[in-house]
Design a protein around this ligand. Structure first.
Ligand code: TYD
Length: 139
């Protein structure tokens, strides 16, 4: 996976004796306006989420609690990134196939999306996704 395409962001941390606070502002800590926020929680340990790509939506994925693995595929290369820090976000451009698994107990996966939910904007058929990518080198 080309690191220029998928970027790990580090958000500000304000620490004092009461604990930590991190923050994310539109177009400041992430390079797009946030139109939608959703989160996965109470995910069974053996569960797999995702299994799709987005035609246009950009997303930032954050392990606000616990940890999980994000498996990425841009049609050319694959990569797996373990997220376990609430002050880090994985910035995914559009047209990245993603699957998320290995959720730790009590984990929460927060997603900041650049677009409203639109089921027609999803690509859920892997072979169709591969056909849409510039090169077809991946199984
Ligand atoms: P799905 O895309 O399968 O979740 P995941 O990406 O974790 O695999 O979404 C599950 C259901 O939730 C599906 O019926 C669509 C619905 N949904 C919305 O209505 N709005 C949303 O913003 C999201 C992310 C999902």
């Amino acid at each position: 996976m080309n690191i220029e395409e998928v970027t790990k962001l580090t958000f500000p941390i304000i620490n004092d004796k009461r604990g930590n606070i991190s923050f994310i502002e539109n177009s400041v800590q992430i390079p797009y306006d946030i139109k939608r926020v959703y989160y996965l929680y109470d995910v069974p340990a053996n569960s797999k989420r995702g299994g799709h790509a987005h035609r246009t939506t950009q997303q930032t994925i954050i392990a606000v609690s616990g940890s999980f693995d994000v498996h990425l595929n841009n049609g050319i290369k694959k990569a797996t990134i373990h997220l376990n820090r609430p002050y880090e976000g994985l910035l995914l451009p559009n047209m990245i196939w993603r699957e998320i698994d290995n959720f730790s107990s009590g984990s929460t996966c927060l997603v900041l999306a650049s677009e409203f939910y639109d089921k027609n904007e999803y690509i859920r058929d892997y072979s169709k996704f591969i056909e849409m990518t510039p090169r077809h080198e991946i199984d």
